[in-house]
Design a protein. Structure first.
Lengths: 286, 312
């Protein structure tokens, strides 16, 4: 390469780099500004909020949260419900998806390819499409207003299965399983004590995704849960929208939205390294 | 000879565990998806709803529900709404994602703070969509902070009612979808771009190709399979659009049902217990999704064959 060419090239590169930074900063601003305003507004009183927007925090955060926790909406209970459902769902989802992936990965049996294709084929069926039959069946089984219909379906998660299968293909040596068998370990024991620990990175990533999906889910829980003390956070948020919110203490409204959003943001910031890396690791072929 | 026989029998003995390990998945699938799916399809052929206090049906009506659904025009209208809001969000999403992923993977740019930017742009994807929509509803309300800022800055003389104009409601829904998904798409496209053989770029550079030429002549064509994957999965996701417009418009799809999506319509039928119509609508959605997934399947399968050919 000639010196002149490199120089011209680097001049263009510097300009492109500047444009890239400006666009990136603008997009970052677009992603974050809403949450900043949410935080600011959650720290202000109803009167201050009605008077207009100010860009700095107020002193009413504790008061707003106090009002929220002692108001008519059982938000703390809602968060606990969401937490129980999302944790159980995520645990079942990763454990049984790994088990299903292991069945397809490690064993040779009749109809294996057909089953694999079948699981891939059902991957795209939206849950909303089966919702009608689902609520009818849950009604017949007397499971409406329980958490079971929101937890147990996690056992059959084709997308998590597919990720685990991809991960096993490159990270689970067959020799290790063979060695354990020679040592006389049973198949279940091999799965629980050797395979699962080896799958830890994939399990962690998928557990986070399963948790978030369940935590944010609004459609199905709204159809299953109608008991006030059983409702999850997204349903309570929808009810807040449904009520005559104009008469509400707006500080409290913002505090409730913040209460639903910020825990996830904090957890995300702690775990972001694994999450961002995990989006692609098994989902799309590289 | 004897040894291999012994080994074989040991393997086959283990192999029944393949079936055993599949039991939980299959059982959960049959109970929570298969039976509901069959009964949804079954329901779609029956007239079954409440009219005031009177229960009508269930009476077998064949394809009557489908005919009613299509002839009323609502289905087409809501399908149109869903598509308009999807396209409004998807076009900027794919353009911005392509741009960002090209920048992130360009070694000559050496962008600093990549981890920070990736973390930030992915963040909205994890936010509870219902809470995000509620937040936008309060921020863009008639007395909300956005109007307050616009009036204070003198851009508007009086507050603009975002919630009562067709364009602004659809625009807000599309904007929220864009914000929630462009980070995810960027990361997917980046993985695709990093998979491209680096020597191709080097060769093009030696030949004196500009950054634009490299992007349009090399990166984009090689990225086609992933672009199609992203587009179709986003379209399938778009058809399921629900949380954001539902909460933003309180389930009404106002103004004048211009932001009512297909799933909001389904949700309405489910809550009013009009099971016949809900069933027919579900089946139509299933068929559309099925066709789209087959397209994805085709492309990823073709991809796999290509890869195998390359390896051999």
């Amino acid at each position: 390469m000639s010196g002149a060419k490199t120089k011209a090239g680097s001049g263009g590169t510097a300009a492109r780099r500047t444009v890239a930074y400006i666009v990136l900063i603008f997009l970052s601003f677009l992603c974050l500004v809403w949450f900043y305003v949410l935080f600011i507004n959650a720290t202000r009183s109803n009167g201050q909020l009605k008077a207009g927007f100010q860009a700095y925090p107020g002193a009413y955060l504790v008061k707003n949260l106090y009002n929220l926790f002692h108001g008519a909406t059982p938000v703390v209970r809602g968060m606990l419900n969401s937490l129980v459902i999302a944790c159980c769902n995520a645990l079942l989802c990763v454990y049984f998806s790994t088990m299903t992936a292991y069945a397809i990965h490690a064993y040779e049996f009749k109809g294996k390819r057909a089953i694999f294709t079948f699981i891939l084929a059902i991957m795209m069926i939206p849950t909303q499409v089966t919702a009608l039959g689902f609520i009818q069946l849950m009604g017949k089984m007397h499971l409406t207003n329980t958490f079971i219909p929101l937890i147990l379906p996690g056992i059959a998660s084709p997308i998590t299965f597919f990720y685990m299968k991809q991960y096993m293909a490159s990270n689970l040596p067959g020799s290790l399983i063979e060695a354990a068998r020679i040592d006389g370990a049973g198949e279940f024991k091999i799965f629980n004590t050797i395979v699962l620990p080896l799958m830890k990175p994939a399990v962690a990533v998928q557990a986070i995704f399963a948790f978030v999906a369940s935590w944010n889910n609004y459609f199905t829980p709204a159809l299953i849960l109608s008991d006030k003390m059983k409702k999850t956070l997204p349903i309570l948020i929808a009810e807040l929208r449904n009520s005559d919110w104009k008469t509400f203490d707006m500080g409290q409204v913002y505090a409730m939205i913040a209460f639903a959003i910020f825990p996830v943001i904090i957890v995300y910031l702690i775990l972001s390294r694994y999450i961002v890396g995990g989006v692609t690791a098994g989902g799309v072929k590289e | 000879m004897e040894k291999t026989k012994q080994k074989k029998s040991r393997i086959t003995r283990h192999n029944k565990y393949g079936y055993i390990f599949l039991i939980p998945f299959m059982a959960a699938f049959v109970i929570f998806q298969m039976i509901p799916l069959v009964s949804t399809v079954f329901n779609s052929f029956f007239e079954n709803y409440r009219s005031g206090l009177k229960q009508i049906g269930p009476n077998f009506v064949g394809f009557g529900n489908y005919a009613k659904l299509i002839s009323s025009g609502d289905l087409l209208k809501y399908f149109g709404n869903t598509m308009i809001m999807w396209i409004l969000g998807f076009v900027p999403q794919i353009i911005v994602s392509l741009l960002l992923s090209a920048w992130f993977t360009d070694p000559s740019l050496r962008l600093k703070g990549q981890r920070f930017f990736k973390t930030v742009i992915y963040l909205p994807n994890l936010i509870m969509a219902s809470a995000f929509a509620m937040l936008f509803f309060t921020l863009f309300g008639d007395n909300g902070p956005v109007n307050s800022i616009l009036v204070q800055a003198g851009i508007f003389s009086k507050p603009y009612s975002f919630m009562s104009h067709i364009g602004s409601v659809r625009g807000l829904v599309a904007f929220m979808n864009f914000l929630m998904w462009f980070g995810n798409t960027t990361i997917l496209l980046m993985a695709g771009m990093m998979g491209i053989d680096q020597s191709l770029f080097e060769a093009a550079e030696v030949d004196g190709a500009s950054a634009n030429q490299i992007f349009f002549r090399i990166t984009l064509p090689l990225l086609k399979p992933i672009l199609i994957y992203v587009m179709i999965t986003s379209l399938i996701g778009g058809l399921q659009m629900f949380d954001v417009p539902q909460i933003l418009t309180n389930g009404s799809g106002d103004p004048m049902r211009s932001s009512m999506t297909l799933i909001m319509y389904l949700n309405k039928h489910l809550f009013s217990k009009n099971y016949g119509m809900a069933g027919a609508l579900s089946v139509i959605l299933l068929i559309i999704t099925g066709i789209l997934s087959m397209v994805v399947f085709r492309f990823t399968a073709a991809d796999e064959v290509d890869e195998r050919r390359k390896k051999s």
